[in-house]
Design a protein around this ligand. Structure first.
Ligand code: IVH
Length: 708
């Protein structure tokens, strides 16, 4: 059934009459409320986040034009939506991470090779993996103390999840008591809760018969069933569980992945019997192909295969890269596809000024989810695929990635259609939008960017939202919505304005406490929250600047390397002095920082507007240096250079280990180098170290130093 659009829904905000605006605000309030409930209470969103944001933005824009029409229950007055209000929080003893992805045979061989190299293994050394289905459910952490289930938590943001103990205790497959040998004093058993195809069909049939709501797919049904405030409802839902991992564990019952999973089974926990031990990339691929064929008959949804290094001592050495283990990877199955009509191409302007084309599609179900937006990637891709308005297109969704338009069904192209003309000005501010030239490759960047920088409203407000966001300044009570409202009213235009808000408010005729939706208390609370962030950790400060290519991990690396903000700023400005200057080399030599990141940072600090904004901000805030990872270690804070061939470890592993101990690993020797660790056949670096009088040591001496 095609949904008919409400008559006021398509009128531009500027063109709405007062009556139409009133109708439209009522419609939007109902629509947004409905989507809030679908998302938060039913785990069954019908629209994408971007579409949802668009509804909210439209609502806000209308309220800005007709402030007197704002409804008492306007969505703008609700501070965020409760995340399933009622569940307590549990902080995971060991964070619940995610997995890196592999999509091709090449990715798999790379994965295996990378691990062998990291561990310094030779051809003849054994390197075994486990391979097992990647269950498409929701992950859960079950804490068993002395064999008794005492707590169950959802993944949440990885650090903190929801306490769903009461619900989990209703799941038959999850034992309340573990039996058998070697039960640890305490262990977090991790695994996936899911619903089988048959149970899903049955549940939906019952829901239909009783007028209940239908679930889009087994995953949503499992999530919706688990996250019931009334655990007696969960009890009636046929949820299942596979255990595949662990968090904190004292002690572990085995020294391999497969050994621990076998122990799980011995204790009465359900494990996936499809798990297999493989000894090469070829065996992993063979398993993958086998499971791909078996997939449809498994009776539950899987979206790929997970490979894990079997030996736990290897896992330990391999460690983690940002949010995922280096010792595991998810090999995804190819995406699912569907055909639909492209109604429009919308050009969105991102926080960094990038123009992104978004396909507005006739809604279509792809792999169990209704899709009405898809990415078209960039201008070249549109041209390459010759995507035109009105075309019938093939849309594909792979796992949890954004749906994309893969190709056009030419036979269905409407007559008289014309190639799409990509805009050359920013749709948000009208500035020129250009494509950067990569001086190294001589190629133009695929992305067109607005040159409006700080004047571009799209970027300004997005930069502010990023600035206050959870992983940046994390200012309580200052979410996207307030930022947008304060921005629209001219109260906050740039980061430092946040910190002068209170001062200005005291002199203002229209006080914050008198604004709609605010009061004495909430205003005081916001000012207090802002004040606490005047001493923000340096890495959050750097991340908050929104520099291209500088994500959280990079920001941390930078904060560790340049202890304080004035050094950082001075060095970054100095690094603009050319590719020969010391500051540039130092920056490039930091482990994890490459040329792209370096260039982006240097470009940021080469722009006087940006430096002025940083300086203004620094009048208000005082970024705090990070504590070093392991101050107790003998090499914490030291700069080390590895050169020559090491005998005991690969260069990568030696680096990672040194960094874990708080050392900085550099690629070149300078006066600032503390130690040069020289392996066999060390050349020019060793010579330079000797010339500069830097301490040189052998690999064994180094190992002694760090173990002492
Ligand atoms: S191992 C350090 N094994 O996939 C992370 N995860 O993309 C270890 N998942 O959040 C995860 N089946 O919810 C692992 N056999 C399996 C899995 C699996 C499904 C999910 C899990 C995790 C997500 C990561």
């Amino acid at each position: 059934m095609k949904k008919t659009e409400h008559p006021t829904a398509t009128i531009e905000v500027a063109a709405l009459s007062e009556d139409e605006a009133r109708t439209e605000l009522a419609r939007l309030a109902a629509e947004i409320g409905r989507h809030d409930a679908l998302y938060h209470q039913s785990d069954a969103p019908e629209i994408s986040d971007a579409e949802y944001d668009k509804l909210r933005r439209r609502n806000e824009a209308i309220e800005t034009r007709f402030p007197e029409l704002r409804l008492a229950d306007s969505p703008t007055l609700k501070v965020g939506a409760p995340v399933a209000d009622g569940f307590g929080k549990i902080t995971h003893r060991v964070p619940m991470l995610s997995l890196g992805n592999a999509f091709s045979q090449e990715d798999v061989t790379d994965f295996v090779a990378r691990i062998g190299k990291f561990l310094g293994l030779g051809e003849a050394d054994e390197l075994a993996f486990t391979a097992e289905p990647k269950i498409d459910g929701l992950s859960i952490s079950l804490r068993y103390d002395n064999g008794r289930l005492i707590e169950a938590a959802t993944r949440g943001d990885g650090a903190e999840g929801e306490n769903v103990t009461a619900n989990v205790k209703t799941i038959d497959e999850i034992p309340e008591r573990l039996g058998g040998p070697d039960i640890p004093a305490s262990i977090d058993v991790r695994g996936e809760i899911f619903m089988s195809h048959a149970d899903f069909q049955k549940l939906n049939a019952e829901q239909e018969a009783t007028g209940g709501k239908l679930f889009a797919n087994p995953r949503n049904a499992a999530a919706g069933s688990l996250r019931q405030l009334d655990a007696s409802i969960t009890a009636k839902r046929p949820l299942r569980f596979f255990a595949y991992g662990w968090g904190a564990a004292e002690p572990l019952p085995a020294d391999t992945q497969s050994g621990v999973v076998d122990a799980f089974e011995g204790w009465g926990l359900p494990v996936n019997r499809e798990m297999r031990r493989c000894e090469s990339a070829a065996e992993l691929m063979a398993y993958y192909r086998e499971l791909e064929l078996k997939r449809a008959s498994l009776g539950y949804d899987i979206d790929g295969i997970v490979y894990k290094v079997d030996r736990l001592d290897f896992q330990e050495r391999l460690g983690f890269v940002s949010r995922a283990p280096r010792w595991a990877v998810a090999h995804k199955f190819p995406a699912e596809q569907a055909t639909t009509v492209l109604n429009d191409i919308e050009i969105q302007v991102g926080r960094t000024g990038s123009l992104t084309p978004v396909a507005k599609l006739e809604p279509v179900t792809v792999g169990g989810v209704v899709v009405s937006n898809a990415t078209l990637h960039n201008e070249d891709e549109i041209a390459r695929k010759d995507v035109r308005l009105g075309d019938t297109v093939i849309v594909q969704r792979a796992g949890d990635v954004i749906p994309q338009v893969v190709s056009v069904v030419l036979e269905k192209r409407p007559e008289g259609s014309k190639p799409f003309e990509y805009p050359v000005v920013c749709p948000a501010c009208g500035s020129h939008a250009v494509r950067e030239l990569d001086e190294k490759t001589g190629k133009t960047d695929a992305v067109r960017r607005c040159t409006g920088g700080l004047i571009c409203p799209a970027q300004r407000v997005e930069r502010l939202k990023h600035f206050v966001s959870r992983n940046a300044f994390d200012i309580d009570g200052l979410g996207d919505k307030s930022i947008q409202a304060f921005y629209d009213d001219g109260l906050i235009q740039s980061p430092q304005d946040i910190f002068t808000l209170q001062k200005r408010d005291q002199r203002s005729l229209k006080r914050l406490k008198d604004r709609e939706g605010w009061g004495e208390q909430s205003a005081a609370k916001l000012f207090a929250a802002i004040d606490t962030r005047r001493k923000v950790p340096l890495d959050r400060f750097i991340f908050g600047l929104g520099i291209r290519h500088v994500g959280e991990t990079t920001a941390k690396v930078l904060a560790r390397s340049y202890s304080d903000i004035s050094t950082f700023k001075a060095q970054m400005i100095a690094a603009g002095g050319g590719k020969e200057c010391e500051a540039w080399l130092d920056l490039n030599n930091i482990d994890g920082i490459g040329e792209t990141v370096s260039s982006a940072i240097v470009e940021f600090f080469a722009e006087p507007h940006n430096v002025a904004a940083v300086d203004a901000l620094l009048e208000e805030v005082e970024p705090q240096a990070l504590e070093t990872v392991a101050t107790a270690s003998a090499v914490a804070g030291k700069t080390v250079v590895f050169t020559g061939t090491l005998a005991n470890k690969s260069r990568g592993e030696a680096k990672a280990q040194a960094e874990r101990l708080g050392a900085k690993v550099s690629g070149s020797v300078s006066k600032k180098t503390d130690y040069v660790v020289a392996g066999a056949d060390a050349g020019s670096k060793l010579k330079k170290a000797r010339d500069l009088g830097v301490t040189v040591m052998t690999e064994d001496e180094w190992e002694e130093l760090i173990s002492g």
